[in-house]
Design a protein around this ligand. Sequence first.
Ligand code: ZN
Length: 61
Amino acid sequence: MDQENAERQESRGGPVYECVKCGRRVEYRELERYISFRCPFCGYRIFRKVRAPVVKRIKAR
Ligand SMILES: [Zn+2]
């Protein structure tokens, strides 16, 4: 549902933050749009920085 949308968003090297409450990932530039950096999904205000959601699987060989 919403999560699919979030994961479909491509990050272009910008920082990505993850809400510690609901676990949704929000790009920094998306967060900038919201007042006080609140989670657009649950309204929580604590985020942790995560790496850009690059979905790559690296096989050992
Ligand atoms: Zn949240």
